[in-house]
Write a protein that binds this ligand. Structure first.
Ligand code: PMP
Ligand code: GLN
Length: 381
């Protein structure tokens, strides 16, 4: 085996595996979360101008072009309830994926502990392992996927350096409650722990409000908030993200970022400047559209024998099925039998048995495709 031992056990990501299967079987891909439409035009046009005008072909500054950091400061200042300093508090990263890796590598020492909720986004345990740190898992259990606050409290101790929070949460679709966020904040303050908050689905909430951990009392100084263009602007292939936090945490993020990627392509950054000026109606329309798709899929899955949990956020939902005890096999079968690709959630657990009996569906697809997928599932499940 040629893969280094610190990575070998993680294998190939489930997204690569299921998308490849979907292509092989000409299946509808409700697995890997990417929309089947093009990204926002006004963002793309700004990137095209950046390429065609010239003068943007050489290295931009490592933390990101000043214009983008200023635009991020203008957009997020009101959301975070403070004036942001683009020079010391904002860093542009290569997607949230790099933001996560750079945060953990730049802020967590080997042997320190990081609290992570399971199910988790698959990169989390890998990034923690790359940092030489130790994952402490806290389960979000069905049917409601609420955080068990006692389990959370028991997971934090003197060795804890960080709590890694994903809100809104992939794959459960949960939006964390005030009580849950306050419990996390209380522990951070009590144990002098930092929070790394992955908020890539920040604009996708339905019938509920997304609250930012960084705005809880005492939390600005100890929270790094990460996000990206991918989900909100349907530009998952652009890999443009950002990290916002106090100078001390930004310094850690930047220290790793400068050696991981150094920077992010300038035209993509110019596109992001335009994205930051999107009017409120852009977000409202996107939310309405996803709420409609969510309801369509929930209703359709019920008619196909699944029991979906209605997500409050993200473009994913979890659904149980009596035959999905071996969820990996069930999902692989579904690709060949129904020609619909999904994700087996047990891969998002440190204790895979906690994820059994369920399937993760993505609903970032147009209505015709969702209807066709539902029809295929009805016929063959
Ligand atoms: N975090 C979560 C929870 C995600 O679902 C994703 C999915 N892409 C990412 C981070 C990665 O974001 P990006 O594509 O911006 O790297
Ligand atoms: N975030 C996407 C999902 O959860 C996948 C990202 C990826 O393919 N790495 O489906």
């Amino acid at each position: 085996m040629s893969v280094a031992s610190r990575l070998a056990s993680f294998g190939v990501t489930i997204f690569t595996e299921m998308t490849q299967l979907a292509i092989e079987h000409d299946a509808i891909n409700l697995g890997q979360g990417f929309p089947n439409w093009n990204g926002a035009d006004f963002v793309k046009e700004a990137a095209i101008r950046s390429v065609s005008e010239g003068g943007n072909d050489q290295y931009p500054p490592s933390p990101g072009i000043p214009g983008l950091r200023q635009a991020i400061a203008r957009r997020y200042g009101p959301l975070l309830g403070r004036e942001l300093d683009p020079d010391t508090e904002i860093t542009v990263t290569c997607g949230c994926t790099e933001g996560l890796a750079a945060s953990l590598l730049g802020l967590v020492d080997p042997g320190e502990e990081v609290v992570v909720f399971e199910p988790f986004y698959d990169a989390y345990p890998v990034d923690i392992a790359l940092a030489g740190a130790v994952s402490k898992h806290v389960a979000m259990r069905p049917p409601d996927f609420e955080i068990d606050l006692d389990e959370l409290r028991a997971s934090v101790g003197p060795k804890t350096r960080a709590i890694l929070v994903n809100n809104p949460h992939n794959p459960t679709g949960r939006v964390l409650s005030t009580e849950e966020l306050q419990a996390i904040a209380d522990l951070c303050l009590e144990y002098d722990v930092i929070a790394i908050c992955d908020e890539v689905y920040e604009e996708m909430t339905y019938d509920t409000v997304h609250q930012r951990l960084a705005t809880f009392e005492g939390m600005w100084d100890r929270t790094l908030t990460l996000s990206s263009l991918g989900k909100t602007f349907s530009l998952t292939g652009w890999k443009l993200g950002w990290g916002i936090g106090p100078q001390s945490l930004t310094a850690g993020l930047r220290s790793a970022h400068q050696f991981l990627t150094f920077t992010t392509p300038t035209p993509v950054q110019h596109g992001a400047v335009a994205a930051m000026t999107a009017p409120d109606t852009f977000y409202e329309e996107m939310r309405d559209d996803y709420r409609h798709k969510r309801d369509l899929l929930v209703y359709g899955l019920k008619s196909a024998g699944f029991e979906p949990r209605i997500p409050q956020g993200t473009y994913f939902l979890m659904a149980s099925h009596p035959d999905a005890q071996d969820d990996r096999r069930f999902c692989r079968d579904l690709v060949t039998r129904a020609r619909v690709a999904t994700i087996p959630p047990s891969v998002f657990y440190h204790r895979p048995e906690l994820g059994k009996g369920m399937v993760r569906f993505a609903f970032c697809k147009d209505e015709d495709l969702l209807n066709e997928a539902i029809e295929r599932l009805r016929r063959s499940v």
